[in-house]
Design a protein. Structure first.
Ligand code: ZN
Ligand code: ZN
Length: 367
């Protein structure tokens, strides 16, 4: 049912964007519109048709998974099969009253070489036009089904945290902590991790994207743990920073500042708020503590079928939050060669505020 509704919504946008058809090649977008989870697929969406293309490896899977679309299994790559289908059906397409044969492509996702091959097959009777990110915009507001799946992914991620803490001790490699976490995630039913697990200890905690390494966890210092699982296609994303040994006064102050900033940003999340307002709330708090310059990334991002999706919660962005968006709030402070702290929750935007989905405590945990 949801696939029909999603396609219908997109169809309504074709005409106003002067597109006869939208050629969807970005796999998360294909999945969103028709349910296909494989690695080779393309979807043509016109005002009255939806045709899915894949290759021989996916005959059975496409039959099982693809909804509300005709399935065409070709001998070539899905994109090329889709182009050939357009050419073969040109006559019937031309008879339509739609504005020409402009085909929208996903410029953010199609390689230059794929575009050339496409143009060569389509010839001069079709015009390729970079479409605005219509599907990404639609995806940013989650439907009931998606919110249910995201809740389950968030819960699974959070449930892994207590066991993760048990593995953090001086002398153990960051890699080993990550490996145990990832093993536990698969055992719990995760399809995979949402992104390479970040276990960044000691001075490495000052690297905002300190992917787990062979470094050993030291006897005293922060450990930034940023991880997520994918369940039924949907990602979770959470960060907690814990401290091994007794934290210094400076470390404690920095931690509390990040926590206050995180909570201040959560506080302003509601439908109608601008993303820059949310980012500003976290930044203002850290500026107050003299740590603004150490907050070197944006406050958050949308999460769904992809780990980073619209909207970006950042200064200078003009997006307005809508009820049903699921975003992260994850300010951090990084003091080079010393330490870093980040706290990240996933939140669901509602009409009156938001619901924090991540249930894990934000009190400083010392080990
Ligand atoms: Zn994260
Ligand atoms: Zn994140």
């Amino acid at each position: 049912m949801e696939y029909r509704d999603r396609q219908k919504k997109l169809r309504g946008l074709l005409n106003e964007n002067r597109l006869y058809a939208l050629l969807v090649t970005h796999l998360p977008n294909v999945r969103y519109l028709c349910g296909f989870t494989g690695s080779s697929g393309a979807l043509i969406l016109t005002e009255d048709r939806s045709i899915f293309f894949s290759d021989g490896r996916y005959i059975a899977q496409a039959k099982e998974e693809v909804h509300n679309s005709r399935v065409v299994i070709g001998r070539k790559a899905a994109l090329l099969s889709a182009a050939e289908w357009l050419v073969a059906h040109r006559a019937s397409l031309r008879s339509s009253r739609k504005p020409g044969l402009t085909v929208g492509i996903e410029g953010e996702h199609l390689t230059v070489s794929a575009r050339s091959k496409l143009a060569k097959i389509l010839g001069s009777r079709f015009r390729l036009k970079e479409a605005p990110p219509l599907i990404e915009q639609a995806r940013s507001v989650k439907d009931t089904q998606e919110i249910r799946l995201i809740r389950a992914a968030v819960r699974m991620g959070a449930d892994l945290f207590p066991a993760l803490l048990k593995n953090i001790r001086p002398g153990i490699e960051e890699n080993e902590v990550a490996a145990e976490l990832e093993y536990a995630a698969r055992r719990a039913g995760a399809e995979q991790m949402s992104f390479p697990t970040i276990i960044a200890s000691g001075k490495r905690s000052a690297l905002p994207h300190g992917v787990a390494s062979q470094a050993k966890i030291s006897a005293n210092g922060f450990v930034v743990c940023d991880f997520g699982v994918i369940l039924a296609g949907y990602c979770s994303d959470m960060t907690r920073t814990v401290h091994v040994g007794k934290p210094s006064r400076e470390a404690r102050i920095a931690y509390e500042a990040v926590r206050e900033a995180q909570e201040a940003a959560v506080e302003v999340v509601r439908a109608g708020a601008s993303v820059s307002e949310v980012d500003g709330a976290a930044r203002k708090l850290l500026n107050k503590h003299g740590l603004g310059k150490n907050f070197t990334h944006s406050t958050g991002h949308g999460v769904g079928l992809e780990i980073h999706e619209a909207p970006r919660i950042a200064a200078g962005q003009t997006d307005i939050l809508q009820a049903g968006m699921v975003i992260t709030i994850e300010p951090g402070v990084y003091i080079p060669q010393k330490f870093g702290v980040r706290i990240e929750d996933m939140v669901l935007v509602t009409e009156t505020g938001c619901e924090v989905l991540t249930p894990t405590t934000k009190e400083l945990v010392t080990l």
